[in-house]
Design a protein around this ligand. Sequence first.
Ligand SMILES: Cc1cc2nc3c(=O)[nH]c(=O)nc-3n(C[C@H](O)[C@H](O)[C@H](O)COP(=O)(O)OP(=O)(O)OC[C@H]3O[C@@H](n4cnc5c(N)ncnc54)[C@H](O)[C@@H]3O)c2cc1C
Length: 408
Amino acid sequence: MRHALPLAYNPPVDFKLSPHEEAFRERLRHWLQANAPGDWAKLRSRFATLTEQIDFLKEWQRRLYEGGYIGLHWPEEYGGRGATLMEQAIFFEEMVRARAPELINVIGLDMAGPAIIHHGTEAQKKRFLPKILSAGEIWCQGFSEPNAGSDLANLQTRAVLENSDFVVSGQKVWTSYAHIARWCILLARTDPAAPRHKGLTYLLVDMRSPGMTVKPLRQMNGDAEFNELFFENVKVPSENVLGRVNDGWAVAITTLMFERGPRTLTRQLMLGQGIDAAIELARRLDSGGRKASQDPVIRQRLAQFWIDAQALRYANLRTLTRLTRGEPPGPEGSASKLFFSETWQRLLELILELQGPYAQLWEGSDRAIEGGYWQFRFLRSRGDTIAAGTSEIQRNIIAERVLGLPKD
Ligand SMILES: Cc1cc2nc3c(=O)[nH]c(=O)nc-3n(C[C@H](O)[C@H](O)[C@H](O)COP(=O)(O)OP(=O)(O)OC[C@H]3O[C@@H](n4cnc5c(N)ncnc54)[C@H](O)[C@@H]3O)c2cc1C
């Protein structure tokens, strides 16, 4: 017997790309073959200074922009290309596949830009969006504070309106890219008497403002990617409020939602690259008197990672399907983030395990691959279960919003 479809029936995901999307992929693949500077894993250790590396990455984003590949999904009137979300997802896939260098203005592209598109005035859109796309101005995100991370609504940085300026005082921490950023998306408390989620305002702050101090924090991988940020009576013109005064929480939520955009697909591809590296090592290196690839336990572990990468791919496609239907990202984004960050850490542990005691060497050994790149990734991956919501917080979201368990 046939059942009538419910009215709200959505057709299942079509895994085939349209001819237009296939043509886009083909064009982009050729463009990357002709223009991508090479394997980022090998290139990134070749710069003498961080400034050189940053200049290189800015130039790379500018070239991609001029090639027509940045801001694909953004409105055309602000420098975007008005392309589909699927084309944007294809872009990230091809970038990972080409092992191309990363995009330096990631906070501008994934967070500040979309927040300005949704909540900005016409003047703000015209002023800020084109330079985000071209990497002419790098952005950072001043949300977390010493006592406000998972519990972001606890933030204490104050902004007081004096004449036509907000005067900001307080401290932020873990501010990625603040040392190279020209602008900061800042969440500050403007009404301390209001309930915690109210009375916050979202400001666009010029990092060259007097009263601002940036102190880099060195990480265990040797990089100083994030910073402490101190505000001492920093003046922010009131035209730099994004959205409405005291309604910054709504803008912050939009910002965090965009963090889980089409880039989510790249996670499964990153896993794929790591699995390829692990297989290459297992075939080349000995373990217990034979090639590691002949060890049944290692083989089993590699196979499981491949299965995990496929599971993640389908979970990510589900998210992409929701987004292309115009639905907001659902709580399954938390499952994908949690699953990726923990699987990624385990895979990197296997890559180092295969190198045995040589895993401690950054370079100079045939057991190491790609000049310490995987050592770097291993150390860097510790932050992946913290940034953008810790694993515990993701588990809380899954428990409450997916499984319907009682609230934390
Ligand atoms: C690589 C990296 C880059 C970052 N970049 C930025 C940035 O650019 N801008 C920015 O604003 N922030 C940034 N952050 C900060 C990040 O958002 C916070 O570190 C994160 O939200 C956790 O906050 P916290 O460090 O204050 O830890 P806390 O919130 O203090 O948590 C400490 C521990 O307690 C656990 N915990 C807390 N609450 C609960 C709960 N309710 N239930 C169970 N366990 C709980 C946490 O899981 C964690 O293990 C970055 C962090 C990292 C690692």
